[in-house]
Design a protein around this ligand. Structure first.
Ligand SMILES: Cc1cc2nc3c(=O)[nH]c(=O)nc-3n(C[C@H](O)[C@H](O)[C@H](O)COP(=O)(O)OP(=O)(O)OC[C@H]3O[C@@H](n4cnc5c(N)ncnc54)[C@H](O)[C@@H]3O)c2cc1C
Length: 322
């Protein structure tokens, strides 16, 4: 069973990735793949889940489910799991998924493996959950004894299959359990700077080689000329120079852009875990022995303050000529 995450009726793409992996697992186990979606006026979206591989979709549609409420979501999903008894439950390791999955697992008294980067089946058809351990230095292969096996999976580790609008499946409306007071009340929403570095085609990322927070502006200029966004290594987030949603790496975001420019980043294993699958990596670093050069397609050994202004000038000139 795949949990379908949606925000204002828009399904989070991790859902399609999980449905694709779920389809593969279900076919090998010769079982059905189901999905569950909660929200308000989401019947159209439910069809999408079938197009991406679900055989059955359970819908909980109610005005109280318009916004994510961890308690309401949990209660409805827990009762569905008790009824349907899926063997495996897959949830995206997004902010929402990371809040929801442990609540469901605790209520069902079952295990949960968080932040998986691969899922496999052993010869007996049991799920093996693969996740980094010890800050990404080793990969742990985990089997859960309790049922259902619950897993959160990182966004972008699996590829979504092609959408097939001809696929047929069953949509089942479930009665919503409404809890009067869940202890959570949404007072309002504060819009924040929205950056989605996971989906960006170009990421220009800065690290501790930068001297001042203001120097990120130089990277912003290069990123915007290249049609991309700025990412950062973790120390810059820890210092408060940039928000967490810009952090690339093991404890941040996984990115797979066409072009990744690492500026003053040493290339720690935790950073590489978030960007090593980028199509083209360009590294700029004063230290020729920096590990980032091991994954770089192009490397510039030099001071970023001398190197970065050059492509900025060149691209500007070229744009002026066009
Ligand atoms: C549990 C855990 C999770 C972590 N998760 C993450 C994560 O998600 N993402 C992440 O990034 N880190 C993460 N880290 C931190 C990680 O271990 C490193 O400390 C971090 O990646 C280092 O960041 P950096 O490369 O910017 O800094 P440094 O390692 O200090 O490297 C700075 C680089 O800049 C170069 N430099 C200096 N001056 C210049 C200049 N003028 N021009 C060009 N180059 C210059 C230096 O040669 C050096 O290579 C995690 C750590 C732990 C323990």
């Amino acid at each position: 069973m795949v949990f379908a995450e949606q925000h204002n009726g828009k399904i989070h793409p991790v859902t399609f990735e999980l449905l694709s992996k779920g389809r593969e697992l279900a076919d090998r186990k010769e079982v059905e793949l189901s999905s569950v979606i909660l929200g308000h006026q989401i019947r159209e979206e439910a069809k999408e889940l079938i197009y991406y591989g679900a055989d059955k979709v359970f819908i909980f549609d109610h005005p109280t489910l318009k916004e994510f409420d961890s308690i309401l979501y949990k209660q409805n999903i827990v009762s569905l799991i008790r009824e349907e008894k899926p063997e495996i439950v897959l949830i995206g390791a997004t902010h929402l998924g990371r809040s929801l999955a442990p609540r469901i697992a605790a209520a069902l008294n079952t295990g949960l493996t968080a932040d998986c980067i691969d899922l496999q089946l052993d010869e007996d058809g049991e799920l093996i959950q693969v996740r980094p351990a010890f800050t990404g230095n080793i990969l742990a292969y985990i089997k859960t004894k309790t049922k259902p096996v619950m897993t959160t999976v990182r966004y972008k580790v699996f590829k979504a299959r092609e959408r097939d609008p001809m696929r047929k499946g069953e949509i089942i409306e479930k009665e919503v359990k409404v809890v009067e007071d869940t202890g959570t009340k949404i007072l309002g929403k504060i819009p924040r700077e929205a950056v989605n570095i996971s989906d960006a085609g170009v990421v220009v990322a800065g690290g501790r080689g930068l001297r001042r927070p203001d120097d990120l502006k130089m990277l912003e200029e290069l990123a915007s000329l290249l049609g991309g966004v700025v990412g950062v290594s973790r120390p810059l987030v820890d210092e408060g120079w940039a928000s967490k949603d810009r952090q690339v790496g093991f404890s941040g975001n996984i990115v797979k852009p066409k072009l990744y420019v690492a500026v003053g980043i040493s290339g720690s294993p935790q950073h590489l875990a978030g960007m090593k699958d980028s199509e083209i990596v360009v590294a700029i670093n004063v230290d020729p022995s920096a590990p980032i050069f091991n994954v770089a397609d192009y490397g510039v050994v030099g001071d970023l303050y001398e190197v970065i202004p050059k492509p900025i000038e060149k691209i500007k000139l070229r744009k002026m000529k066009l």
